[in-house]
Design a protein around this ligand. Structure first.
Ligand code: ADP
Ligand code: MG
Length: 319
C-alpha cells in the first residue's frame, strides 16, 4: 500500500468505523483484519454486491449517490433476509485520487451508515477502473432468516412500494423518455433507493418467503417460484405502477424494471392479521398482487382472468 492510499483510508474511511453503537466489534480498521463477535443464539447473514461505473451506475453519477447506492443495495439484501445490519467492508478501486470526490463519497457512506447505525470495519483500496464492492453482515435469530424457498401454496403475495420507478428514472437520464420536472423523483428513486430494512425485520414472524427486487418484479418473483417448487399467479390490475401517463408503459416498467429494492414476500392465511398489524403504521404501501399456486411457473392474469402474454407486454425487451 502506498502512502497515498494510507492517507485516503485515514482521512476518509477510518471515521466511519467508529460511528455505530454496537459492542460486537473488537477490532475495526487499522489492523490486518477486523474481529467481530456474534451474540448467542444469533446467526450471521452475509452478502456482497459490486457496482461498476458505466454498468451499475451511469458515468457522472454524483460520488455521494454512488456511495449511498453501493451501501443501500447491500442493505436491501440484508432486509430481504429479515436481518438487522451490523457492519460492512468496502473494497474500492479508483483510477485516480480526487479529494473532492472522496469527500462526497465518504459523506454519502457515513450518512447512510449513521442512519442504520452500522460500522465500516475494513476493506481494500486500489487503483483501477472505478468499482465499489461492499460486503455487509447482519444478525438474525438462529433458523429464522427469510428465504426464497419457503413459499407455500395458498400464500398471498405482497409487494412493498412501487416497482418500475427506478427504471423509468434511468430512462429519463439516458434520454429514452423526455425528462420533465416531475420525473426527477424517479431519478432519485434510481440514485437514492431505500432498502426496506425495518419491514424485513417485521416480516420475520409473518412472511414465509421473501426476496428483494433488483432485477425486476417478474424476474425476481420467479426465483421464489423456482426455489419453493411452486407457481405464482399475479393480477396485472393489482400491481402498483409508476404514475406516468402511458398505462401500458407504466405496467412494463412495474413488471420488468430493476433497481427498486422493494420487497416481495408471501404470507399464509393464518398470518394475515399479523401482517395487517405490521403494516398499518408504514409510510409506504404494501399491496397484495397475487397468490402462490401449485402449477409451477409465473403467470400473469388480466382483470377478466385471461392469461397475459408477457411478450406482448414487452417483457423480453426490458429483461
Ligand atoms: P493489508 O496490507 O494488510 O491488506 P491494507 O493496507 O490494505 O492492509 O489496509 C490497512 C487497513 O485499512 C486494514 O484494516 C483495512 O481493512 C483498512 N482499509 C483499507 N482500505 C479500506 C477501505 N476502502 N475502507 C475501509 N477500510 C479500509
Ligand atoms: Mg489490503
Amino acid at each position: 500500500m502506498s502512502l497515498l492510499e494510507f492517507d485516503v483510508i485515514k482521512q476518509y474511511f477510518s471515521k466511519i468505523s467508529q460511528s455505530a453503537s454496537t459492542s460486537n466489534i473488537s477490532l475495526a480498521i487499522g489492523d490486518d483484519a477486523a474481529i467481530v463477535s456474534i451474540p448467542d443464539n444469533m446467526e450471521l447473514v452475509i452478502c456482497t454486491d459490486t457496482l461498476n461505473e458505466g454498468i451499475h451506475f451511469p458515468v457522472g453519477t454524483l460520488a455521494y449517490d454512488i456511495a449511498y447506492k453501493a451501501l443501500m443495495v447491500n442493505l436491501s439484501d440484508i432486509a430481504s433476509m429479515g436481518a438487522v445490519p451490523q457492519w460492512f467492508t468496502l473494497n474500492i478501486s479508483l483510477p485516480e485520487i480526487k479529494t473532492t470526490w472522496l469527500e462526497e463519497f465518504s459523506k454519502g457512506l457515513a450518512d447512510l451508515a449513521g442512519k442504520y447505525d452500522i460500522n465500516l470495519i475494513g476493506g481494500d483500496t486500489t487503483r483501477g477502473p472505478m468499482s465499489i464492492t461492499i460486503t455487509i453482515a447482519g444478525h438474525v435469530k438462529c433458523n429464522s432468516g427469510l428465504k426464497r424457498s419457503a413459499a407455500k401454496v395458498g400464500d398471498k403475495i405482497y409487494v412493498s412500494g412501487c416497482t418500475g420507478e427506478a427504471a423509468y428514472g434511468l430512462a429519463c437520464l439516458t434520454g429514452s423518455v423526455p425528462l420533465k420536472c416531475e420525473d426527477h423523483e424517479f431519478v432519485s428513486r434510481l440514485n437514492r433507493p431505500t432498502a426496506r430494512v425495518e419491514l424485513g425485520i417485521g416480516l420475520l414472524d409473518v412472511a414465509n418467503a421473501c426476496i428483494d427486487i433488483s432485477d425486476g418484479l417478474l424476474a425476481d418473483i420467479s426465483h421464489i417460484a423456482e426455489a419453493s417448487h411452486c407457481g405464482i399467479q399475479l393480477y396485472l390490475d393489482k400491481i402498483p405502477t409508476p404514475k406516468i401517463n402511458d398505462m401500458k408503459q407504466a405496467q412494463q416498467y412495474a413488471l420488468s424494471g430493476g433497481d427498486d429494492y422493494e420487497l416481495v414476500f408471501t404470507v399464509a392465511e393464518k398470518n394475515q392479521q399479523a401482517l395487517n398489524n405490521l403494516i398499518k403504521d408504514l409510510d409506504f404501501d404494501i399491496t397484495c398482487i397475487g397468490e402462490v399456486v401449485e402449477q409451477t411457473g409465473v403467470r400473469l392474469l388480466d382483470v377478466d382472468n385471461n392469461l397475459v402474454n408477457l411478450d406482448i407486454l414487452g417483457y423480453q425487451h426490458f429483461s
